[in-house]
Design a protein around this ligand. Structure first.
Ligand SMILES: NC(=O)c1ccc[n+]([C@@H]2O[C@H](COP(=O)([O-])OP(=O)(O)OC[C@H]3O[C@@H](n4cnc5c(N)ncnc54)[C@H](OP(=O)(O)O)[C@@H]3O)[C@@H](O)[C@H]2O)c1
Length: 267
């Protein structure tokens, strides 16, 4: 079973041809980990790009996420089949609950049960959650069993490091995955990151990715540009000093970007 590569490509906001072309470019430059979701409306284009890449299925790590309206018992598994059909895959590597259900008519126990069933039925290799607070993560661990929650995908970037949740993930052996790792482009203009980047003849994007790896955080930045994708993949050459790592740690100011009205009360 393939482990999740440290760096993946995100596909939020990428629609139609742009989604297909961007994923194709990502696979061409060497990405093997792609993150999509039912709500992004691009699973079919992600699937097209995978198919035309000619890559072997076992080289790829593909994640999708189940949206609110499909969390109910009769809807969950059919929605995963629909995702697989669009992706043109027999299984995904990782299936996530996109957001904790905000209402009371579908319980956590019920949709986590459906998530476990999807794995039992071979529709996914791993299961996990997204946007889960520490309390919800504790419940998920109790309901699914220790070691079953593969990742918690949450907002993490230098300006919102979500340290408490990342720490809780570490204690449980749950991988913390950073969505919006570049704060949707804002990191490129940060003076501290620009200065550190200059020291290494690198870019702020590469500094952020190198910092995340050191902090044991997986990352899934999105890009539509082949140059940016190649640059992101090449972050591995950047070796940050302890002092530089601490400077990035110090950029946290709790600046949350994603906070819809259905979000839980954050830690
Ligand atoms: N689970 C959830 O609830 C959730 C929520 C939000 C996002 N996500 C996932 O996380 C992924 C990443 O988040 P995001 O796409 O919103 O934001 P992001 O990855 O922080 O930022 C994407 C932006 O950064 C730019 N960029 C990427 N690489 C660059 C580089 N090397 N140099 C300069 N600019 C660069 C891109 O522009 P170019 O296209 O021009 O490169 C794009 O505008 C999403 O695509 C999605 O898969 C999950």
């Amino acid at each position: 079973m393939k482990d999740m590569p440290q760096l993946g490509m995100g596909t939020f906001r990428l629609e139609g041809e742009v989604a297909r072309e961007s994923v194709s470019k990502a696979l061409e430059v060497g990405f093997r980990h792609i993150d999509t979701a039912q709500i992004y409306g691009n699973e079919a284009q992600v699937g097209d790009a995978i198919k035309t890449s000619g890559l072997n299925r076992n080289e790829l790590f593909v994640t999708t996420k189940v949206w609110h309206e499909s969390l109910g018992e009769g809807h969950f598994i059919p929605s995963v089949h629909e995702s697989l059909e669009k992706l043109k895959l027999e299984y995904v590597d990782l299936l996530l609950i996109h957001w904790p259900y905000p209402g009371s008519d579908v319980t956590l126990e019920s949709y986590l049960g459906s998530l476990a069933k999807a794995k039992e039925q071979g529709l996914t290799r791993h299961i996990g959650v997204s946007n889960f607070t520490i309390d919800l993560l504790n419940h998920a661990e109790e309901m699914l069993g220790k070691g079953e929650v593969y990742t918690n995908q949450i907002e993490i970037h230098p300006f919102m490091q979500n340290k408490k949740v990342v720490e809780a993930c570490k204690e449980k052996g749950v991988k913390a995955t950073a969505y919006m790792p570049f704060a949707v482009g804002k990191v490129m203009k940060d003076e501290t990151l620009l200065r550190i980047a200059q020291n290494h003849n690198a870019t702020p994007a590469q500094v952020v990715l190198a910092w995340m790896e050191k902090r044991h955080i997986y990352a899934i930045p999105s890009s539509t540009s082949k140059e940016h994708l190649a640059e992101n993949l090449a972050y591995g050459g950047v070796q940050l000093s302890e002092e530089e790592l601490a400077l990035v740690d110090g950029l946290d100011n709790g600046e949350r970007i994603v906070n819809p009205d259905f979000a839980p009360s954050w830690d």
